[in-house]
Design a binder for this molecule. Structure first.
Ligand code: FMN
Length: 201
């Protein structure tokens, strides 16, 4: 039998590329970082993604209330965006003030620089106790502003990020991860039956 740590390390192989997830609600704009995004449909005419967002994150309530989010594949030169959006909460600072962006067709912030971006409308949710899994219909797609209609560079994978992040950031990253793990450990068993209310706006 594997130890919980060995199991966790094996499951790390299932983490997604690093993505930036943006949201907007009642004049507030925010962005965060995820490595829990997956393609959630095999049907080209029904493109879908899913993301897991912890309930303590500011983004969680913005996405839940607005029913929309922007998902950005990043390229391997975007460590600064990961640090700005993934190491601090939007409750404490206007993170997107430091990241060039514009509003997309659905009103979510779209980062000017990225590998590719997807604007999504929430189709359904699943409560995990500590987080919500948002299933999103992809309703608009594009590339970074300077990419001339095609992605360039390499996608920032979770493995690439972990192998190349600045040593200065690693200690903070590990501390934030451990705090999130403690929260998840406390709340993961308390799963509620949540019915997605639909988009109100
Ligand atoms: C590499 C990396 C991966 C992350 N993956 C997730 C994730 O899958 N789900 C999640 O809820 N938070 C994840 N986070 C943490 C959030 O990005 C972080 O808590 C952020 O500060 C939330 O911002 P907010 O409070 O403004 O929403 C990740 C952070 C990093 C750096």
């Amino acid at each position: 039998m594997l130890s919980p740590d060995q199991t966790y390390q094996l499951l790390r192989a299932l983490t997604s590329p690093i993505v930036a997830v943006t949201s907007a609600q009642d004049g507030k704009r925010n962005g965060m970082i995820l490595d829990s995004a997956v393609r959630a449909s095999i049907v080209p005419t029904v493109p879908r993604v899913s993301v897991y967002v912890h309930k303590f994150n500011y983004s969680h309530d913005l996405i839940f209330k607005s029913g929309r989010f922007g998902l950005h594949l990043l390229h391997t030169q975007q460590f600064d965006v990961i640090h700005k959006l993934g190491f601090f909460s939007g409750r404490d600072r206007d993170k997107l003030a430091e990241v060039p962006h514009h509003l997309g067709a659905t009103g979510v912030p779209v980062l000017d620089d990225c590998y590719a971006h997807f604007e999504c409308r929430v189709a359904n949710v699943m409560d995990t106790g500590s987080s919500t899994c948002f299933l999103g219909d992809v309703v608009a797609v594009g590339f970074g502003a300077s990419k001339n209609g095609a992605p360039t560079g390499e996608v920032m994978t979770a493995a690439y990020f972990r192998a190349h992040m600045s040593p200065d950031w690693r200690k903070t990253y590990e501390a934030l991860l451990q705090a999130a793990q403690r929260f998840a450990e406390q709340h993961s068993r308390n799963i509620r039956a949540v019915t997605w209310p639909g988009v109100s706006a």
